[in-house]
Ligand binder design. Structure first.
Ligand code: 5AD
Ligand code: SF4
Length: 410
């Protein structure tokens, strides 16, 4: 009889870091004999890789858990008396990623359907956790029942991830790959949950990063994005981010690369020079400004002023012509008044970003800003959000047509 291959369905929510984390998990599970499936119905294991950066992201996860759990109950009842040939008749549901770390065992309190919870630093343990939950064939607990669903594990206290998890050689896209250069963040912007859920910044060694990229090049992948919450802070045994760019640029077989995300407080002319020198680097910078008001930037603990930011943009554009620039904006941060909002509006107009991601402030329990009064009414947040969205839409259109004009006349 043909051996049954267990199937795993992975749903990814959130940022590019999560996209890569899901790939890492998929690589580990396939190396352990699992097969990926795009259909949760036929899955033995369902994994939700979650985001905790805004409340909206979390709400999406709760409703997804509810939906999957409902399906699972349906599957269980339809399969009653006719279990799969591996002995299990319902898929396991695991919540992994930032929300897992944020809520830990509280996830079980809110949803009895979740079987296990794994934080971002412990994704390497997922194959072992699944194995321990499903138990060895025929194994029973003291109660005499199958061990499945008897135990709920949460493993969220790991530190740096073991290096080998990045080297399964699994890449979903055959042309482009994400490569993590640093994990976590130590900036503690007052609104942000990331340092709490992903831990302090840890940099990977350049030897390991290059080895991972070379492995992907050997598979025919030629485009890369280096990932980190604040890539400019990269530092490993005397090599800084500019040094890493040079090393990556020198890799044979690599055609193009870029990086996200940058932090204005760690971005300097030195970086722009390194960017200019790296011929394979896409001339693109995602430089979140968050607000145009100095008072709000201070309350956000961003570590730079509006003026500093504008000077950076100026230098960037002078050194890297023509170059793309994008940003993130938060409207409705605690105590943001009309004047602060106007400062953000004016900054956007002055800079003329190619694109911008606009967010409404959302309280993240445990952060410094959670102790401030969330005093901008929701309707006002929405108004400001709408105004900035509309403004950026017009700017993006203008900037694009100007650049196209420049191209056709040059
Ligand atoms: N509320 C709204 N937006 C947030 N971001 C991070 N935390 C919050 C929050 N609590 C936004 C920032 C960041 C992007 C990834 O998400 O703009 O750059
Ligand atoms: Fe969050 Fe700030 Fe770190 Fe970005 S730099 S992940 S906004 S704490």
């Amino acid at each position: 009889m043909k051996k049954y291959t267990k199937k795993v369905f992975i749903k990814t929510l959130g940022c590019q870091m999560n996209v890569r984390d899901s790939e890492v998990i998929a690589g580990l599970l396939t190396a352990n004999g699992y097969q990926l499936t795009a259909d949760p119905i036929e899955a033995d294991v369902i994994l939700l890789n979650t985001c905790a950066v805004r409340q909206h992201a979390e709400e999406k996860v709760w409703s997804e858990i509810g939906r999957l759990a409902k399906r699972r109950r349906k599957i269980a009842s339809s399969l009653e008396g006719a279990p799969r040939n591996d002995g299990n008749n319902k898929p396991l549901i695991g919540v992994v990623g930032c929300m897992a770390q944020n809520y830990k065992e509280k996830i079980f309190e809110r949803s009895a359907d979740v079987d296990f919870v794994v934080g971002p630093s412990d994704i390497g343990k997922i194959p072992g956790i699944i194995e321990s939950l499903t138990g060895k064939k025929g194994q029973t607990t003291e109660s005499g029942k199958s061990s499945i669903f008897e135990r709920k594990i949460w493993e969220t206290d790991g530190e740096a991830r073991p290096e080998q998890i990045y080297h399964t050689g699994f890449f979903q896209d055959k042309e482009h790959a994400y490569v993590v250069i640093s994990e976590g963040c130590s900036n503690f912007c007052s609104y942000c949950v990331v340092p709490y859920v992903r831990g302090p910044i840890r940099h990977r060694s350049q030897v390991d990063i290059l080895r991972e990229i070379k492995g992907a090049i050997d598979q025919g992948i030629s485009k890369f994005t280096l990932l980190g919450q604040n890539v400019n802070a990269y530092e490993y045994e005397g090599i800084d981010f500019a040094g890493l760019l040079k090393l990556v640029n020198g890799l044979e077989g690599l055609k193009e690369f870029s990086f996200i995300t940058s932090h204005p407080k760690d971005t300097s002319v030195d970086l722009f020079r390194a960017m200019a020198e790296a011929c394979k680097l896409k001339k693109y910078l995602h430089l979140p400004v968050q607000s145009g008001s100095d008072r709000i930037l201070k309350a956000m603990n961003r570590g730079y002023s509006r003026e500093h930011y504008l000077q950076l943009v100026d230098k960037y554009r002078k050194l890297l012509k023509p170059a793309l620039l994008s940003t993130d904006i938060i409207v409705g941060f605690p105590s943001e008044e009309e004047g602060d909002f106007q400062d953000t509006y004016d900054l956007l107009k002055d800079v003329g970003f190619d694109s911008a991601y606009i967010f409404k402030y959302s309280v993240r329990p445990g952060t410094a800003a959670a102790a401030m009064q969330d005093d901008v009414p929701q309707a006002e947040k929405e108004r400001r959000h709408g105004i900035i969205l509309q403004l950026q839409k017009e700017i993006s259109k203008k900037v694009k047509s100007k650049k196209e004009e420049g191209k056709s006349t040059s």
